[in-house]
Design a protein around this ligand. Structure first.
Ligand code: HEM
Length: 215
């Protein structure tokens, strides 16, 4: 299914809090698979594993979700007992502030010039049935992450660069496509639809068990 078909076929989406800066989690909220307020860690884990379509270490996802709203004992205990608060990720330990792609600003708004910047790291990838589309393979994703880290020189934390490895390269695993030459790549158009429209590609939606929002 193409990105256009996903957009045209999908029902209305749910609102997503600006306090949720993760493009992947924003799409899961918009599609109705996760709640923006609070969601038990087991459900967060199972939903992400289902979306990935592969065996994932669920314990790692739970560990990330435990610390995502704060590193002191109180928020960690609260998350472990009650769940992850997706609308309160901003300002938390995983928020890189401006060290990331800057595709979604602090008000939850999509920043089109940053998508153009991301696309500048991409190149045409040959499609299995002929033709090409713009995509980023792992070395190109790495170059973009290095550049994102470099431009945030005055505000970045050292841990920000390591955290990026759990974002874009994981997205490549979850929704990457295989080019005719076997290269795995992130399709730029699909990244745009994910970040701007909060919609996942049809093949990921199918793994999640179909569209939820509005129905
Ligand atoms: C419990 C699970 C997760 C939590 C708590 C979480 C949290 C976050 C947060 C707080 C950010 C903002 C970082 C920033 O300030 O730049 C972020 C960004 C991001 N996350 Fe997630 N995330 C989770 C799972 C995932 C998964 C499974 C994927 C991929 C499939 C993913 C992909 C990304 C990407 C691509 C970004 C954008 C980074 C950038 O703009 O440079 N996340 N996530």
């Amino acid at each position: 299914m193409s990105a256009q078909a996903t957009l045209a076929d999908a029902p209305n989406q749910l609102d997503v809090s600006p306090g949720n800066p993760c493009p992947f989690l924003r799409a899961l909220v918009a599609g109705g698979w996760l709640n923006d307020e609070v969601e038990p860690l087991g459900k967060v884990r199972d939903t992400i594993v289902r979306a990935s379509g592969r065996p994932l270490p669920g314990a790692v996802i739970v560990a990330i979700a435990v610390i995502a709203n704060g590193l002191t004992p109180a928020p960690m205990l609260r998350n472990a007992r009650k769940g992850l608060r997706l609308s309160a990720l901003r300002g938390g330990p995983l928020d890189k502030r401006s060290s990331g792609s800057r595709l979604i600003d602090a008000n939850g708004q999509f920043q089109a010039p940053e998508l153009d910047r991301l696309a500048s790291f991409a190149s045409p990838k040959p499609l299995p049935l002929g033709g090409h589309e713009l995509g980023l393979n792992l070395p190109q994703i790495t170059a973009m992450m290095d550049a994102n880290f470099a431009r945030a020189r005055s505000t970045r934390r050292r841990v920000d660069r390591a955290m990026m490895n759990a974002e874009w390269p994981v997205l490549l695993k979850f929704m990457g496509k295989d080019a005719a030459d076997g290269t795995r790549y992130l399709c730029v158009e699909e990244v745009q639809v994910l970040v701007r429209d909060r919609r996942l590609p049809g093949r990921v939606v199918e793994r999640l068990g179909g569209e939820r929002a509005g129905g």
